[in-house]
Design a protein around this ligand. Structure first.
Ligand code: ZN
Length: 182
């Protein structure tokens, strides 16, 4: 079953996610429905806030993106991305590192909107898996960007908060313009 993705303006997008204490059947079902929803919408990431539930859960899958490389290191070993996708991250904590890089981002809560966003090139991630296992890994490239974007969502932060005031005005005008046409 796919879930409805809430658009920009919905209060859930500004809510900090509650920590998940019990990874129960309800959370497992939610994660699976979020994956299905993300694939149906052709996104590379989705946070629980985007389906209206402010909890610390996000899903990511970058393996289908060929033109924007990602890297993944587990216990200092470079591993094959495809073997570790999709990622379901519960209560993730991140430490971004490396020099800032600018790249284009979109968001399933902002249909049709794209903007350049500058973020650190890499990220160290600690999170729980759907099995309750502790995950620890380092990501680079598109995966590092996607994780930082989703981690922001879990804290009520949106990519438009990370662009210039002028760019944000342009995006908000574009959204209003789109709304007028509907
Ligand atoms: Zn997003």
């Amino acid at each position: 079953m796919t879930l409805s993705i809430v658009p920009y303006g919905h209060p859930a997008l500004r809510a900090k996610g509650r920590r998940i204490e019990n990874i129960d059947a309800r959370i497992r079902a939610l994660a699976n429905e979020m994956l299905e929803t993300m694939y149906a919408a052709e996104g590379v990431g989705l946070a629980a806030q985007q389906v209206g539930l402010p909890v610390q859960l996000c899903v990511i899958d970058v393996k289908g993106v060929k033109d924007r490389p990602s890297t993944l290191r587990i216990a200092d070993q470079v591993v094959e991305i495809a073997e570790h996708m999709p990622l379901v991250l519960i209560n993730p904590e991140i430490e971004p590192f490396g020099k800032p890089e600018t790249g284009v981002e979109g968001c399933l809560s902002f249909p049709g909107v794209r903007s350049d966003v500058t973020r650190p090139a890499g990220v160290l991630v600690r999170a729980q898996s759907l099995d309750g296992e502790m995950l620890e890994f380092e990501a680079g490239g598109l995966l590092a960007r996607a994780i930082q974007h989703e981690h922001d969502h879990l804290h009520g932060i949106l990519f438009i908060d990370r662009v210039s005031a002028a760019e944000r005005e342009r995006i908000e005008a574009e959204i209003l313009d789109g709304a007028d046409r509907v």
